[in-house]
Write a protein that binds this ligand. Sequence first.
Ligand SMILES: C[S@@+](CC[C@H](N)C(=O)[O-])C[C@H]1O[C@@H](n2cnc3c(N)ncnc32)[C@H](O)[C@@H]1O
Length: 248
Amino acid sequence: MLTSRGDTERQAFLRDKSIKEVGDGANIYVTRILSVLIPRSKLLDVGCGTAHIIKRLAKRCKNLLFIGLDVSPAMMDMARNNTQGLTNVELVQGDGLELPFKGSEFDVVINRLADYSPSEVYRILKRGGYFFEYGLGPDADQEIKEFFPNRYEEENFFLPKDPVHWRKEIVEEVSKVGFDEIKIEDYRRKDHYRSKEEIMDLIEMVPLVKDFDREKDSLKVDDFIDRYRERDGIGITWHFYILRAQKL
Ligand SMILES: C[S@@+](CC[C@H](N)C(=O)[O-])C[C@H]1O[C@@H](n2cnc3c(N)ncnc32)[C@H](O)[C@@H]1O
């Protein structure tokens, strides 16, 4: 039984549009993953979404095999479109909490902002294999949190529960299933959105704001833009971490 239906068709459309128009902010993540790939590595992206990460990796490493898994049929359609012609990419519809693979099958498993099970990732990794997770730090989207204090959808994007000891929380989650050599690096930056539409797409896509309605909340978004407009656009804080762990 699937534990989740994953993202809707609308979310898949908005995520794909946003990645293509605003970017995926994943350069450091991709660099870190590339640094451990060796000839014949086999990599799985759990909750691959539109497949933008494996597409970048597969274009760089033509002889390695990249598998994208997502539970959402809409995301799978989007991922298929985005990876057409890449013969080293395979897509599997499935549940990140119960991975449909045998033990010790992968050299690298990655996960970016999607539901997953640390023990399942550990099970399917070979000895010596690496796990990378890209997640959000507690300061992410602080402007939205500040502006919509009672409607902010914290649950939707796996913010760490403890804003002070969040690194410890994350390390514990992977160490308790057996991972070693755990390292976390985190980065903060401002993303600048150029239009009201881009802001609305971001809020609706995650979604970041409870019961968000583009029409009813239009004036509120205008106020938000007035408050957070900077020289380069509407500034929203992006705080992410990259975890690297190894199965020894
Ligand atoms: C925030 S998106 C991130 C997508 C992608 N990793 C990226 O970086 O753009 C979360 C993704 O997780 C998928 N998802 C949610 N629950 C899942 C589950 N139980 N198993 C697999 N995928 C899941 C959603 O369908 C969606 O594509």
